[in-house]
Design a protein around this ligand. Structure first.
Ligand code: ADE
Length: 225
């Protein structure tokens, strides 16, 4: 069986922001070849003599827009057949676990990070690009949302985390995860629920199901609709 690998190219004006992707679980996944993450500086593709990548919007308005030429050339330099191009943006559909799991099945993802007030709209006319939001608020750029989306997608790539972790976590079955405890069995007078140290696995399963449901009712009743 061939090991599946997810290749991710990140196009950004600020490659230094992505250092956290080299640590912990994603760092290990990269070192073991399950992920390949490449940083591409959009500025390197600017044909402007000062390497400028932004300009004022036609028609006026606040702030600067990213110009289309450096973005076009940066995408063309990494684009492959069957690749998926993602542009994090508050106007996209909001990311959820289901969409992240679907994205993890791709072989090659390209993230284009917008910055400033946005990008020239012709980018979306030139390429098939999926816009993805990470919530109903506006951030200063696409770098942090790109890291959020990559972290979330990478967890669904085979072998990045244990299959068990994925099946017993919040949203995997439409509910929030049950509460968990570890040593010591008693801390500041607070004891771990008896059932969890009973050794009765059927009872433990049942308790966890009830807790999951109760927690979802209390914190996210919208998930039960
Ligand atoms: N860029 C700016 N705000 C964003 C958001 N909420 N989600 C994704 N990308 C963004």
């Amino acid at each position: 069986m061939t090991e599946r690998k997810l290749k991710i190219d990140i196009l950004t004006l600020f490659p230094e922001v992505f250092a956290p992707l080299q640590t912990s679980i994603l760092g290990r996944a990269t070192n073991s070849g399950k992920l390949e993450i490449n940083l591409i500086n959009i500025r390197d593709f600017s044909k402007d003599k000062h390497k400028k990548c932004d300009d004022e919007p036609f028609g006026g308005g606040a702030g600067m827009l990213m110009t289309v030429q450096p973005l076009y050339d940066a995408i063309m330099s990494v684009k492959t057949e069957g690749c998926k191009i993602i542009f994090p943006s508050p106007i996209g559909a909001t990311l959820n676990a289901k969409r992240a799991a679907e994205l993890s099945k791709n072989e090659h993802l390209i993230f284009v990070c917008g910055h400033y007030e946005g990008v020239d709209e012709r980018l979306f006319e030139l390429f098939d690009i999926e816009q993805i939001s990470i919530g109903d608020y506006v951030l200063t750029g696409g770098e942090l949302p790109t890291m959020v989306i990559i972290d979330c997608v990478a967890r669904f790539v085979d072998g990045v985390i244990s299959a068990d972790s994925l099946t017993n976590e919040s949203f995997s079955n439409g509910l929030l995860e049950y509460p968990q405890y570890t040593r010591p069995q008693e801390f500041m007078g607070l004891k771990v629920p008896d059932v969890l140290v009973s050794g009765n696995h059927q009872q433990i399963e049942k308790w966890r199901e009830v807790q999951s449901l109760e927690r979802t009712k209390k914190l996210r009743s919208d998930l039960l609709d």
